[in-house]
Ligand binder design. Structure first.
Ligand code: PDD
Length: 279
């Protein structure tokens, strides 16, 4: 394996960042995870647009100009002979003696790595998964794709310990915001497809955006509005979206079965359409 660190392509075992990197000290860094299908980057512009928003929101400068990113990412893909997998980008405010305030004249750092990944097992997709609800303990700006993911890590671990696939985060007002690393959709009893609006309280997933587009093209009634856990338990169908799992059916939330306990028709249709979009 080969990874990129601040201008150099290194054997993965030697690919290290400085101990004074602010990503390490303060999680003062942002990231992206992009799908690679048949050796090609998917949704590149959407991911770079979001990276631009994350960097901008934190006033971190581009580590290299935006137009150089495709070059570096494709180098990492080809040097790893990657066909189907994921590319990881992390940009931090750079390495400087530990001090909370921003350092002066310090270049941002950039790491790019990649690994093979083919999504969840087919059996899981066909059966659907169970999720568990967890309090949303994150800061008030999860719309920024920052690497400070401790609440997400703890929520996902609780889910694993409960034998579930993902944690659904519930905010102080009782609304279902998103998963620990996924966005959440439900099909309400009236047939409308609902997902939390892309405000400051969720990460606007690239998969979410693309699935919404597909749903609107299908002529489905789509509502970007918050819904409660109680509403979700009454849903006909539910699914989660994200780069690593695309569209994953959810058939059980805590101890409640969703719909008839099988992946629903709208979920399956959107998954097929999304797969076509990536091919
Ligand atoms: N996670 N919500 C959160 C909190 C996420 O971390 C992610 C992605 C998503 C889905 O976004 P997208 O569709 O752009 O992948 C939603 C990445 C994959 C991760 O941290 O591994």
């Amino acid at each position: 394996r080969v990874s990129y660190v601040n201008g150099r392509y290194l054997p993965h075992v030697q690919a290290a960042i400085h101990v004074d990197d602010r990503g390490h000290h303060f999680a003062d860094s942002v990231y992206e995870v992009l799908p690679v299908v048949k050796g090609r980057l998917c949704h590149l512009d959407q991911h770079l647009d979001r990276l631009e928003r994350s960097l901008g929101a934190l006033a971190i400068s581009w580590p290299v100009p935006r137009r150089v990113f495709p070059l570096i990412l494709n180098q990492v893909i080809s040097r790893n002979r990657l066909t189907d997998g994921l590319v990881y980008i992390q940009a931090s405010r750079g390495a400087a003696p530990r001090n909370h305030a921003f350092p002066l004249d310090t270049p941002s750092s950039l790491v790019v790595s990649a690994w093979p990944h083919s999504g969840p097992a087919t059996a899981l997709i066909e059966q659907g998964v169970r999720v568990v609800s967890q309090p949303d303990l994150r800061w008030k700006r999860p719309d920024i794709k920052a690497t400070g993911l401790l609440p997400n890590v703890l929520a996902r671990q609780s889910a694993r310990e409960a034998g579930a696939f993902e944690a659904w985060l519930i905010n102080d007002r009782g609304f279902v915001t998103e998963g620990s690393a996924t966005n959440i959709f439900i099909v309400a009893p009236d047939g409308a497809l609902l997902t939390h609006p892309a405000d400051n309280s969720i990460l606007a997933g690239v998969t979410r955006t693309n699935v919404l587009k597909l749903a609107r093209n299908l002529g489905l009634e789509v509502g970007e509005r918050p819904f409660t856990l109680a509403e979700a338990l009454r849903a006909r169908e539910a699914f989660i979206t994200g780069t690593t799992m695309m569209v994953m059916p959810v058939v059980k939330v805590d101890e409640s079965v969703i719909g008839d306990g099988l992946p629903g028709p709208i979920t399956r249709r959107l998954r097929e359409l999304y797969l076509d979009l990536r091919r």
